[in-house]
Ligand binder design. Structure first.
Ligand SMILES: O=C(O)CCC(=O)C(=O)O
Ligand SMILES: [Fe+2]
Length: 326
């Protein structure tokens, strides 16, 4: 239950045995799928809690960023109570508890929209970084949780290769797998997850997966993804900076705080790295339209203050004070 007493998960997922899920992911196929694991209320609540896709400039709120064709909302736990409740839920942590033999923590989380132009090739998620840059693979146990927030059919399903967590290390020198190699050797085994929104996919982080490439500029898939990795001295600082709204942390059980990474180093910046330079021309144009009226207002005020004599500005201020009383 959340603070609003919304039932987060379907009976199917709530009642599933955490040990069996952990065993399947660790020792068997490497993944589990729960169709519509989120209840419609939880899904709608989550969608409503997301900020608008407007890019924020000199604004203290936290919103989406644009990395070329894709939109990312990288600080879900700072903004959305609904995301926080899902990510820290007892059901999710129970699976982690059974899966990990050692301490574990969230190493990243985000909501994003896939786009036809940004294709991520076959890969695993047991990655190390040096700042923003990919540095190589690690061998720590890890879990990847992915919730579809859009209905997914033949266009852009998440794809995985069952059991690939047992042999993916053979390619550890490379970040990605060659399309032709996967197609030739494992083409028949690929599982494409066509499923309604609210569906949860849990994978071993060493499993080979990708978002199936697609060619439809109008299609967008909204997804919540987070990853939980074992904590290890060898890779101290492994994980992204995570911002959290402190008012969400109503359960201060040490297990929850450790899981969120309180007091632990996190050396990676939030993904993805963006600036105005990673915006597409149409987004830059939309941004100009958004900020131009405010920029003109700000400039007019600044100019007026410069032109008018100081005594007159003070008189106007005093009169405003009298009228508004503040
Ligand atoms: O959204 C997807 O289908 C996969 C995303 C993914 O694998 C990743 O971001 O590492
Ligand atoms: Fe991935």
């Amino acid at each position: 239950m959340t603070t609003n007493s919304t039932q987060l998960f379907s009976a199917d997922f709530s009642q599933a045995d955490a040990q069996s899920i952990a065993d399947e992911i660790k020792n068997e196929t490497g993944y589990q799928i729960f169709e519509q694991a989120l209840t419609p209320e939880a899904l709608n609540g989550l969608l409503e809690s997301l900020p608008s896709e407007q890019v924020l400039v000199n604004d203290n709120r936290i919103g989406y960023v644009k990395a070329y064709s894709s939109n990312y909302f990288s600080h879900t736990l700072a903004v959305s109570r609904n995301c926080f409740d899902i990510v820290t839920s007892e059901n999710i942590r129970a699976i982690c508890r059974k899966y990990f033999d050692k301490p574990f923590r969230i190493s990243n989380q985000r909501i994003y929209e896939t786009h036809t132009a940004s294709h991520l090739p076959w890969h695993t998620d047991n990655n190390l970084q040096d700042g923003n840059a990919y540095k190589g693979k690690h061998d720590l146990p890890g879990l990847m949780f992915l919730f579809y927030l859009s209905d997914v059919g033949d266009t852009n399903p998440f794809q995985l290769i069952p059991f690939s967590q047992t042999w993916s290390h053979q390619n550890n020198a490379e970040r990605f797998f060659k399309e032709s190699y996967i197609e030739e050797h494992y083409g028949e085994e690929v599982v494409s997850v066509r499923a309604p929104k609210g569906t949860l996919i849990i994978c071993n982080s060493k499993m080979i997966h990708r978002a199936k490439p697609f060619n439809n500029h109008a299609f967008k898939r909204l997804t919540l993804l987070f990853q939980v990795d074992e904590v290890s001295d060898e890779y101290a600082g492994h994980g992204e900076n995570i911002l959290i709204n402190t008012s969400f942390v109503t359960n201060r059980d040490p297990e929850v705080l450790d899981y969120l990474g309180f007091g632990m180093r996190a050396n990676y910046p939030a993904f993805p790295e963006t600036s105005v330079a990673t915006m597409m021309p149409r987004d830059m144009l939309a941004l100009q339209k958004q900020i131009l009226p405010k920029a003109i207002k700000g400039l007019t005020i600044a100019l007026t203050k410069r032109i008018l004599p100081g005594s007159l500005v003070n008189t106007i201020r005093k009169n405003r004070f009298k009228v508004s009383g503040n």
